[in-house]
Design a binder for this molecule. Structure first.
Ligand code: IFM
Length: 449
């Protein structure tokens, strides 16, 4: 049986600058918060990652061999503006060459302007809790658009503001490694403001672009159906899934969410007159990242230590995942993906959706030049079937970007987690197509499963 996808469905793969480029000091690039955070914390760094800055032609050739027609990549702000403000033409020229090379191979480029790698110079001015960064970001967006807007139609402002704000400034597991829950909420608001101003800047520059933002969602499950668990799930859901979404849709922050966070005393004072109008710029599509659900539960002692990583949510915890897990310990629940897409379809009043990331890390081995990554093939098959089921039931999903083209730098986990369709030997930089790459190429060629 073939599960066919709609005509014109956009099939792609996705990457992010800091995770693949390497060459972190080449051609005048300035340091980003990930350069400084990894060194300060004694973690693996983004150098050389996949050495993509120097090997991009080879990587585009791989894409073209796979026949995958869309490629989502991010631009490193600190390459284009090493101090966050002043243009470095050599950095911009790299993305110019990349776009031309993609187009020469018939691959449509999709640009993400911010995938977590803030110029360190702007962190020195306070980072995302400083609302002035929203204007810096809009200037940067306009600069990149002026350089690439004649060839790039699909623009994403920010990838996963949830992680940039709450993991970067809340629990501090990500750069810049700050643990300040109140500041994390303000960072989240300022990232939304930056999105809104950047969307205005992109549209002010003419041309016909599709503007989006990419959010990561975690459907919330509970093991027990009682009032306390339902309340824990509601709180988790509002902070994880609606903090960013509802203001983007023009509804402001949900009152329940503001009440849940009121004790921190930072979010409401950070919302200036007019901010919510700027944030609610029309979206052409919403980028959806889905990997796994979360399991919420109440804590009997609201002051007890919790594994819940979200700022401001005392009195609740997350339970260990169940069933089949990926190597990152993430639960595999394709059915939650279908439900999520159907929920989004209703909640966003029919806004078209594009899956901007979906994929899984497993331990892979190269054997006689092949990688038989059966588990990843199964993960993709199950999750693509889940997307198909959502489309059948009325969700307007326009595309799917597999995460990721290459094994790469998985943030605080360094090089221990492999998400690629293509295996990368980080010593030799040799690329080997995994079975999942061949599987995905076949799905793309058939426009179906
Ligand atoms: O690698 C990340 C990516 O940068 C953002 N979304 C989740 C992926 C897997 O953790």
């Amino acid at each position: 049986m073939t599960l066919g996808f709609p005509d014109g469905f956009r099939w792609g793969t996705a990457t992010a600058a800091y995770q693949i480029e390497g060459s972190t000091t080449a051609d005048g690039r300035g340091p980003s918060i990930w350069d400084t955070f990894t060194v300060r914390s004694g973690l693996a760094t983004g150098d050389p990652a996949c050495d993509h800055y120097r090997r991009y032609r080879e990587d585009v050739r791989l894409l073209s061999e796979l026949g995958v027609p869309y490629y989502r990549f991010s631009v490193a702000w600190s390459r284009v503006m090493p101090d966050g403000r002043t243009v470095e033409p050599r950095g911009l020229a790299f993305y110019d060459r990349l776009v031309d090379t993609l187009l020469e191979h018939g691959i449509t480029p999709m640009v993400t302007l911010y995938h977590w790698d803030l110029p360190e110079a702007l962190q020195a001015e306070g980072g995302w809790p400083n609302r002035e960064l929203a204007d810096n970001f809009a200037d940067y967006a306009l600069t990149v658009h002026k350089a690439l807007g004649d060839r790039v139609r699909q623009w994403t402002t920010i990838n996963e503001p949830f992680c940039a704000a709450f993991i970067g400034y809340g629990n501090g597991d990500h750069a810049p490694g700050i643990q300040d829950e109140g500041a994390a909420l303000v960072a989240g608001h300022n990232l939304l403001l930056a999105h809104g101003k950047a969307a205005q800047a992109l549209r002010s520059d003419g041309g016909e672009q599709e503007v989006s933002i990419v959010l990561n969602f975690a459907p919330v499950l509970t093991d027990v159906d009682d009032a306390a668990h339902r309340e824990a799930a509601r709180k988790f859901d509002f902070l994880h899934n609606r903090f960013f979404l509802d203001p983007l849709l023009g509804r402001g922050y949900p009152p329940e969410l503001l009440a849940d966070l009121a004790h921190l005393g930072t979010l409401e004072p950070a919302i200036a007159d007019g901010d919510l109008e700027i944030i609610a710029q029309p979206l052409d599509v919403l980028g959806v990242n889905y990997y796994a659900p979360a399991r919420a539960m109440p804590l009997e002692d609201p002051e007890a230590d919790s594994n819940c990583p979200l700022p401001g949510l005392r009195g609740m915890d997350v339970q260990p995942p169940r069933g089949e897990l990926t190597s990152l310990g993430w639960e595999q629940r394709p059915e939650c993906f279908t439900e999520l897409l159907l929920w989004l379809q209703g909640h966003c009043d029919g806004l078209p959706l594009v899956i901007a990331e979906n994929g899984a890390a497993f331990e892979d081995e190269v054997v006689e030049g092949r990688v038989h990554d059966k588990k990843r093939v199964q993960y993709f098959a199950d999750h693509l079937a889940a997307v198909h089921a959502a489309i059948e039931r009325g969700a307007d999903v326009r595309g799917y970007m597999a995460w990721s083209l290459l094994d790469n730098f998985e943030w605080a986990m360094g090089y221990t987690q492999r998400f690629g369709l293509v295996h990368v030997d980080f010593e030799t930089q040799e690329r080997v197509l995994k079975d999942s790459a061949l599987f995905y190429a076949d799905v793309v060629a058939r426009n179906g499963l």
